[in-house]
Structure formats: structure tokens, C-alpha cells
Design a protein. Structure first.
Length: 487
């Protein structure tokens, strides 16, 4: 039983005791025995853009070999096309960008926004985005509808206002934000904000709400988007017999009923091995290749040829205007060029995913085993509310603790993404105090993956380092729960 009557009181008290929590975390790191020489050099994910994982030997070798050659950049794009078509079929195509966010930008501008040219005023376009995690990526390219969401991105990112996420809004475009059925959007965190808690999302009921929104906005509807992840904490726990997230399939059905594209943001995902666009019905899927795949900094857009033609044209890759099969030239989004070494590394990453997927799936199996073993030792009060899931798509292990709040009781404190950007996220900053580079751990959901100083040159697990990181996380969760009066 919590000692607090209201949850805001708990977060207020945690804020007041932050220094004590961090001091205890530093002491715990010594007790765990994390070696001084590795502190600050390893972490629980290799999939954060701000601190990417070291490259595998095969990726480095490919980049070095290609850097010494004279090769037109269009050649690497053609190699990607061949690999994508070999796996997904001839009706799919590909285009690389410098980042995943660049891929989202060019895709939305190519497929969702109204035309700029011609006489008269532009019409308004609207695309649907489920109210889910990471909404400031896939959901921030339009003005929010309904107006109660108008300030939803105000405190996200490093910068506010026009130079922050608001500056991403595209020409005469709106984002219709649709809450998911079964989700909870309770307010949590030291920086007190609504958080999407999605472990109990009802896929069929949520798809019905998406279709209702599509019907309301049909006259302006230009697309539907969403995440490509596959775990309960992201709202995709319900799957069909093939293991395909049901909500993604149903959202695609709605999009196709209204003759608009379904675009999936699968930033922390794997091509070929992970979420399959052929099974989900996604028309376009966008990846951050430097996250899960182990590639150098690079984004990748894979989609059906019909939709990839305007995207490739916008990137200057679809051929010269007098008629050639391909090009690598100037167009609207030439600024999103990834460069030679990134292209070469991405080609190698795709080859490994096609021919040797175990290079990326085995470390996930090994990490999952360690996480299960270490979380088996967590305080019993917390253990009963924790769900542990494995994702090959994201090369990740998910620990979701929403259910520690089950039946109206106060559970393990939940920190908002605004806490992360505001520096008041005790789980993330607390791990830094312990010498562990933190992972994505907000909204009652923790995502961990190998790679950040926890794998060898071939991408395989260094067990003691992973175990140090997971032990630190378990201990920090217990420390925070103690100060919150939960245990």
C-alpha cells in the first residue's frame, strides 16, 4: 500500500529526493561490481541515434573496401533494389536516405501533403496517426486534430517552438490523432504529462476507431501511419496465426478501403527479418539502419513500387528526366543523401540480414535469457506486474511494468518522454550515475538491445557486460520503488 493518497504527491516527493536516489544508485553500482574501466562505455541499447553502437567487423570491412574503389553511388542503390526484390518480390522497391527521420519527411511530403504548384489556394490534407509511443516522429508532420492535442509536442525534443517539432509540420497538412481502445493515457512523471500505456490495446476495437476517424475525415484523408513494432508495450501484442501484429493488418485494411497509403515507421526494426510489409499490408516501411541492423548512419525506405516512384523521384534516384533506368542526381530532397560509406555499409547489412540473420537474432536470444534470469530476482511486489517480451524485429527485449499499477494501486513510478527531454527521468539519469548508458525507458516500458559495448566485433553478446547493465537496471528500479513507498 502506497503512503501517498495521490500520485502527483509521489512524483513531487521523488523530485525532492532525486539527489538521494542518485547517491544510492552510485553506491549500488559499486556493490554490483561494475568495473570502473567500463563505466560510461557500455549500455542497454545500441539503437539510440545520439550514441550509436560500434560497427561490426563485416560492416567496417565492407565500408573500407568500397571506400578504396571508384563506384557510382547509383550502383549501391541498384544492389539494394536487387536484395529487396529478392526477398519481398518484384513489386517492392527501395530508396536510402541519410536518416530515418529524413525518410519519414520525404515519404509524407511525397504521399500525404497537397500539391504546391498550380493556381488557387492549396487544399488541406489529413493523415491518421494512432495515439501511440514516439508520436513526435510519425505523428508530428501535421497540425494536430482534434485541438485538444495542439500542444502535445510542446515539451518534446531539445528545442521548443518553430525550431522544435512544430517546425516539422508540412504544407497544409493535419494529423488526426486517434486514441487506441484499451490503452491508458494517465498522467505520470515528475514532468507531469499523459503517457500512452498500450499493453492492453484491443486491436479490433482500435481499428474500428481508426475507421470511424477515416470516415469523418474522408474528404481530406491522404494516408494512415503507425509504428512497425511487435511487442505489447507498443500496443502490438495481439497477433494473427503467423505472428503478424493484428492492429497493423487492420489499419492497412482501413487505408486501402479509402484508397490511401499505409506508411509504417519501423525505425527500430529490421528489414527481411522483422515486421514483414507483405503480411501487414504496409505500402511503405521506413527504417533507421544504424539502430537495429548495425549499419552506418542511414535511413531506408522500402515500399510498393507504385508509392516508391514519387519517393525515388524526390530523392533524385528514379532516372534522369530524358529517360534513364536510374540516377543519383539533384531533386527536392538531395539534402537527404546518405553518402558512399553509409550506402556501402547498408548494402552489407542487408546482405547479412538476407543470408545470415542469426548474426542479429542470436544476440537477442542470449540477452532475453539474461533479462529473464536477472528480473527473476527483482522484488516480488514488482515482479508480478512485469511482462518480458522478445522482439527480433527490433533486436530487443522489452520489459513492460504498466501492470504494477493494476487494480488502482500505485506501482513503479512511470516517467514520461517529457521527463527524458527535461532531465527528470530517474531511470535514465539514474543509470548514468551507475556508469550505464541508458536505453529507451519511458511510459512504463523499457526497451533493451545488444550492441552498445555489450557485443564483440562480430556482434555477439559479451555476457558479463549485459549482465552488469541488467543488474543495474533491476537494482535502480528497486531503489526508485523504495523511495516511492511501493516496497
Amino acid at each position: 500500500m502506497s503512503k501517498y493518497k495521490f500520485k502527483f504527491q509521489m512524483y513531487k516527493d521523488l523530485h525532492a529526493k532525486t539527489a538521494e536516489i542518485y547517491a544510492e544508485a552510485r553506491k549500488a553500482a559499486d556493490e554490483i561490481g561494475i568495473p570502473a574501466e567500463i563505466r560510461g562505455t557500455f549500455g542497454l541499447t545500441g539503437a539510440i541515434s545520439g550514441c550509436p553502437a560500434p560497427l561490426r567487423d563485416d560492416i567496417l570491412a565492407a565500408g573500407e573496401a568500397e571506400a578504396r574503389k571508384v563506384v557510382p553511388l547509383a550502383v549501391y542503390v541498384e544492389q539494394m533494389r536487387e536484395l529487396v526484390k529478392e526477398v519481398y518480390g518484384d513489386e517492392y522497391d527501395v530508396a536510402p536516405t541519410n536518416t530515418c527521420e529524413a525518410g519519414l519527411w520525404v515519404t509524407f511530403d511525397s504521399l500525404f501533403t497537397p500539391p504546391n504548384l498550380g493556381r488557387g489556394d492549396n487544399y488541406r490534407a489529413r493523415y491518421i496517426a494512432p495515439y501511440e509511443k514516439h508520436l513526435h516522429h510519425q505523428g508530428s508532420y501535421g497540425r494536430p486534430v482534434p485541438p485538444r492535442y495542439k500542444d502535445i509536442f510542446a515539451d518534446r525534443g531539445s528545442t521548443t517552438g518553430e525550431l522544435g517539432f512544430y517546425g516539422k509540420r508540412q504544407n497544409n497538412t493535419d494529423t488526426v490523432i486517434v486514441p487506441l481502445e484499451g490503452a491508458k493515457y494517465d498522467v505520470h512523471g515528475i514532468k507531469y504529462h499523459p503517457v500512452p500505456m498500450l499493453a492492453e490495446v484491443d486491436a479490433k476495437a482500435s481499428a474500428k476507431k481508426i475507421e470511424e476517424a477515416a470516415a469523418i475525415h474522408a474528404a481530406n484523408l491522404t494516408g494512415i501511419t503507425g509504428l512497425g513494432y511487435e511487442t505489447p508495450g507498443y500496443g502490438y501484442g495481439e497477433k494473427d496465426a503467423d505472428g503478424t501484429p493484428l492492429l497493423q493488418k487492420l489499419a492497412a485494411d482501413v487505408a486501402h478501403k479509402y484508397n490511401v497509403p499505409y506508411v509504417t515507421d519501423n525505425a527500430w526494426g529490421l528489414p527481411f527479418v522483422g515486421t514483414d510489409p507483405r503480411k501487414t499490408g504496409a505500402d511503405v516501411m521506413i527504417y533507421s539502419m544504424d539502430k537495429a541492423t548495425g549499419s552506418p548512419l542511414c535511413g531506408l525506405i522500402i515500399g510498393k513500387e507504385e508509392y516508391m516512384v514519387p519517393i525515388r523521384r524526390a530523392l533524385g534516384m528514379h532516372g534522369e528526366r530524358w529517360g534513364t533506368p536510374n540516377s543519383y542526381g539533384k531533386a527536392a530532397y538531395v539534402t537527404q543523401d546518405p553518402g558512399k560509406e553509409a550506402l556501402a555499409g547498408a548494402v552489407q547489412a542487408l546482405r547479412v540480414l538476407k543470408d545470415k540473420p542469426e548474426v542479429l537474432t542470436k544476440p537477442v536470444d542470449d540477452m532475453y535469457k539474461i533479462v529473464e534470469e536477472e528480473f527473476a530476482q527483482i522484488h516480488p511486489t514488482l515482479k508480478e506486474g512485469i511482462i518480458i517480451s522478445k522482439s527480433y524485429n527490433s533486436t530487443a527485449v522489452e520489459v513492460n511494468y504498466e501492470k504494477t499499477w493494476k487494480d488502482g494501486k500505485m506501482g513503479l513510478p512511470i516517467f514520461s518522454i517529457e521527463d527524458m527531454y527535461g532531465g527528470s527521468h530517474l531511470l535514465q539519469v539514474g543509470l548514468k550515475q551507475m556508469g550505464v548508458i541508458p536505453t529507451v525507458a519511458y511510459d512504463g516500458n523499457i526497451y533493451m538491445s545488444p550492441g552498445l559495448g555489450t557485443t564483440d566485433q562480430n556482434g555477439q553478446i559479451i555476457e558479463d557486460r549485459v549482465r552488469y547493465g541488467v543488474k543495474a537496471l533491476v537494482k535502480l528500479m528497486e531503489i526508485i520503488a523504495k523511495y516511492a513507498g511501493i516496497i
